[in-house]
Design a protein around this ligand. Structure first.
Ligand SMILES: C[S@@+](CC[C@H](N)C(=O)[O-])C[C@H]1O[C@@H](n2cnc3c(N)ncnc32)[C@H](O)[C@@H]1O
Length: 266
């Protein structure tokens, strides 16, 4: 069912996908380009086997290749809700209209992950009271919008369900590229060393909070698996107040002090 043709082309159920981490000439219209590295795609293949997800939410569609990939990969899929702040691309709309996918794959454009209530209304309309097995966040990669959708959707996972945050280290990677280029003399050091950098708190803050919650309240977050810029946050068995859930409320006062001190010293 799954065959790799070279390093960056994978065929799932007879459907070819180009695995491209950044936009490139190969990133042609049509829902065939997956904006991920090969090991991320391999990890989804492992998770599809291990978790057998039936109800899935994807935040961040881009060309639609990842949405089609998840749909054809997950054999037990009952429903996949995919949203993006931009429009649903034609290639993805054509895929959904083919075969019997329209029943299982629901795509919505114009949805901002930062807006909790519209997002939850869509989730309610798509899944009713049924819990989610998997949420994939590959959207803004910014702290505030990512936190908003994490706080909204994490309580909707079933115990053992997985919330994936892709590319949480994006800000750090950009910082590294700039630092390397300055060191090599490629670009001059700016008068203000922080000029041009994103001065907002990076997304990594949310991941640090999740790690601290997993230590303080494992009934809320039972596991955090991090590999490079990828994170899998596993929901524990606790009852969680859906409307008002905020992960930061579950890390305990000492964790708050650790984080504040770390950021004051940075
Ligand atoms: C990295 S691309 C997604 C790639 C796709 N998941 C894949 O693997 O092929 C990020 C997408 O997130 C969307 N996005 C950015 N900010 C968003 C927000 N606040 N809410 C929802 N979607 C957002 C962008 O429009 C873009 O299509």
């Amino acid at each position: 069912m799954i065959e790799w043709l070279g390093a960056d082309r994978v065929v799932v159920d007879g459907r070819p996908f180009d695995v491209i981490n950044v936009k490139s000439a190969k990133d042609a219209p049509g829902a065939t380009a997956i904006r991920k590295t090969r090991w991320m795609v391999e990890r989804y293949i492992e998770l599809a086997d291990a978790l057998e997800p039936r109800r899935v939410v994807e935040l961040g569609i881009d060309r639609g290749g990842s949405t089609v990939f998840l749909a054809v990969l997950m054999r037990q899929l009952e429903r996949l809700l995919a949203v993006d702040i931009g429009a649903v691309p034609d290639g993805l709309a054509e895929f959904v209209a083919s075969g019997d996918w329209a029943e299982r794959v629901h795509c919505h454009g114009g949805v901002d992950q930062a807006e909790r209530s519209p997002l939850l209304s869509l989730v309610d309309a798509t899944f009713g009271d049924e819990p989610l097995d998997l949420v994939v966040d590959d959207a803004s990669h910014l702290l505030a919008p990512t936190r908003a959708s994490f706080d909204a959707l994490f309580p909707r996972l079933a115990p053992g369900g997985v919330f994936i945050v892709e590319d949480w280290s994006w800000d750090h990677q950009v910082g590294r590229v700039i630092a390397d280029r300055m060191r090599s003399g490629d670009i001059p050091p700016p008068a203000d060393p922080a000029a041009g950098l994103n001065r907002d708190m990076p997304l990594s803050r949310l991941l640090l909070e999740c790690v601290l919650v997993s230590g303080y309240a494992p009934e809320v977050i039972s596991d955090v698996r991090i590999r490079r810029g990828w994170a899998e946050i596993v929901r524990g068995p606790a009852e969680l107040a859906g409307q008002d859930f905020a992960v930061a409320d579950h890390m305990g006062w000492l964790s708050g002090r650790v984080l504040e001190q770390a950021f004051e010293e940075a």
